[in-house]
Design a protein around this ligand. Structure first.
Ligand SMILES: Nc1ncnc2c1ncn2[C@@H]1O[C@H](COP(=O)(O)OP(=O)(O)OP(=O)(O)O)[C@@H](O)[C@H]1O
Length: 575
């Protein structure tokens, strides 16, 4: 805030002061001036600087002195260097306690004033004094006038000060308003800064989004292009589809016709299949329900024994030549030939495949629902086991593995005609009239005993025997391997036991054609009989005799059954 000069009215001399008083006052002032020359010096604090006379206020300044007690006077004389000019202020200085040089020093110095009078010239001196008094009075008057002016001025100034104070107050309140406003504005600025930072963030986000938007636009453009292409493709596809649908309708109609044809052909096929079975089995029956084949094994070194003759023209004949000694001794030994006829005779060169081809027709009958039984009969070492089982080499495989293979293949084919088959395998050994389960896998000590039973519907079953469900060739081959293992275990305990026991592989076949409501059930029985030897020739004794008795007994019974079947006297099947 700017400071304004304030003049105290108390210290201002008034015009009511008498000139005498003024005169009295002046004298001590002059004395003080003389005594205290330092006070001649003008007091600093003037606001008017320089030799120029200031307007109005400045002209008044020399008349008044700053009132120290008030501490606000700033009007001062600006004396020039050189002689001090007497001023009316010197009279006012008394009341104002101003130390101001008043008296002229002209008489003393003799510079510029009245001429110095002699001591005796009192009149002159009085005259001078009177002149001075007049001067002073004049000056006092003018000072009073000035004082009046100054009062007015002070009053005006006071009014102005009051006004200014009011203004000041107003300004302060305004300032406080401004400050409040400023505070509010500062908050607004903070808010603005926050908004600005938010704006920056949003701008960044916006720029990111714009970038993404551009990418999306590009993507959209490419997808639109793709869409157009797809639409074109779609329209092409639609027209193609329409064409295809038309074709499909035609094809469906065709398929419907074909299905009808297929159904018709299936019926015909089924009828044909049933006819085939009937004819096939009629042929088998015509061939003979019981057929006997003879297979001659080669000698160990190869070739054929000289006692056996196989006519090349007839594969059903075999001739055994025997040299008979003369009973009397008078005649020479005679060679006698014995002819035997069979359904088929296989020479030593006949392969396993050729043998099986003859049997395979019967295997097919088994699948058609006819019971089939195939025995290998002959003396020890004649090749029964070789014929029935063969060896593991493919071309040397015997009847059993080949029959199993054929059955499963045929069953698979018949599956296409709606047939479903279930197969159950069992493998039993008959030694000394005792049954032994060759598929048994439990402890030897807990091996159960078995009996042959015949059910009410003439089905022959063996008690406690393992009947294994099989669905493929490998499973059956696994069972055959297990049976051989069981046989060889028994063989180590009893020398050459397998030769003196019968082994029976049985496959129960059940077929169902649900669509045609047809069922079939049969059994394929493949038997490797024990070696047949004459007791006398083998000279068996003890355990061997017992074995031979059991073997021959069972073989004899088998012969009776077969003969009965052949004569159709008895319909009992071999057990
Ligand atoms: N057709 C054949 N071709 C080649 N070898 C054969 C033929 N038949 C049998 N053999 C061989 O003769 C031997 C005896 O055959 P196999 O064991 O089959 O006789 P087996 O009649 O079963 O005897 P067993 O009554 O003692 O059981 C075997 O080594 C076998 O390989």
């Amino acid at each position: 805030m700017s400071r304004l000069p304030v003049m105290s009215s108390k210290r201002v001399l008034t015009s009511s002061s008498s000139s005498a008083e003024n005169a009295q006052d002046l004298a001590p002032a002059q004395k003080r001036i003389r005594k205290d020359p330092e006070h001649v010096k003008p007091q600093a604090a003037a606001t008017i600087i320089g030799g120029k006379r200031p307007p109005v206020a400045a002209t008044r300044a020399p008349l008044s002195k700053p009132v120290r007690s008030m501490g606000a006077a700033t009007v001062a004389v600006g004396p020039t260097r050189g002689a001090l000019k007497p001023t009316v202020a010197s009279a006012a200085a008394k009341g104002a306690n101003v130390k101001q040089p008043v008296a002229s020093t002209a008489t003393k110095t003799g510079g510029g004033g009245a001429p110095r009078r002699h001591a005796w010239d009192l009149k002159g001196k009085v005259s001078d004094m009177e002149g001075k008094i007049r001067n002073y009075q004049t000056k006092v008057k003018s000072v009073n006038q000035e004082n009046e002016v100054l009062r007015d001025s002070v009053a005006q100034n006071q009014t102005r000060v009051a006004g200014m104070e009011k203004e000041l107050e107003r300004q302060r309140s305004q300032i406080s308003e401004y400050e409040e406003e400023l505070q509010a504005l500062s908050e607004v600025r903070d808010e603005l800064e926050k908004v600005s930072s938010d704006k920056n963030t949003l701008q960044k986000e916006l720029s990111n989004l714009e970038g993404k938007y551009k990418v999306m636009e590009t993507l959209r453009d490419s997808q639109e292009t793709e869409l157009q292409t797809l639409k074109m493709k779609l329209s092409v596809q639609e027209s193609t589809l329409a064409r295809v649908q038309a074709t499909l309708r035609d094809t469906e109609e065709e398929v419907r016709c074909l299905k009808e044809t297929v159904a018709q052909q299936k019926d015909e096929l089924h009828a044909g299949e049933m006819e085939r079975r009937r004819l096939h089995n009629t042929i088998q029956e015509l061939k003979g329900n019981i057929r006997v084949f003879c297979r001659v094994r080669p000698l160990v070194g190869g070739g054929l024994s000289k006692h056996i003759q196989l006519p090349a023209s007839d594969n059903k004949m075999i001739t055994l030549a025997k040299t008979e000694e003369s009973h009397t001794g008078k005649t020479t030994d005679t060679q006698k030939n014995y002819n035997f006829s069979f359904d088929r005779v296989f020479g030593p060169q006949t392969s396993q495949q050729e043998v099986f081809e003859e049997i395979s027709l019967l295997v097919q009958s088994a699948l058609d629902g006819y019971n089939v039984c195939c025995f290998a009969y002959g003396q020890t070492g004649s090749g029964k086991t070789y014929t029935m089982e063969g060896s593991e080499f493919d071309e040397c495989r015997g009847v059993i593995p080949r029959a199993v293979q054929q059955i499963f293949k045929a069953a698979e084919k018949l599956g296409a005609q709606g047939w479903e088959f279930t197969f159950t395998a069992s493998f039993v050994e008959i030694y000394n009239e005792t049954l032994r389960d060759l598929l048994y896998t439990g402890k030897a000590s807990k091996r159960p005993e078995h009996e042959i039973r015949k059910s009410t519907n003439n089905e022959v079953t063996i008690t406690n025997l393992t009947y294994e469900k099989v669905s493929n060739e490998d499973q059956v081959l696994g069972l055959i391997a297990l049976a051989n293992q069981n046989r060889s275990t028994a063989q180590t305990a009893q020398n050459d036991r397998s030769s003196r026991s019968h082994s029976v592989f049985q496959l129960d076949i059940e077929g169902v054609n649900a669509g045609r409501d047809v069922k079939c059930k049969s059994t394929l029985c493949l038997v490797d009989l024990a070696g047949s030897e004459r007791m006398v020739k083998s000279q068996s004794q003890g355990e061997r005799f017992k074995e031979m008795t059991a073997i021959n007994g069972s073989l004899s019974n088998l012969g009776i059954v077969i003969a009965a079947l052949a004569n159709k006297v008895c319909k009992q099947e071999p057990g």
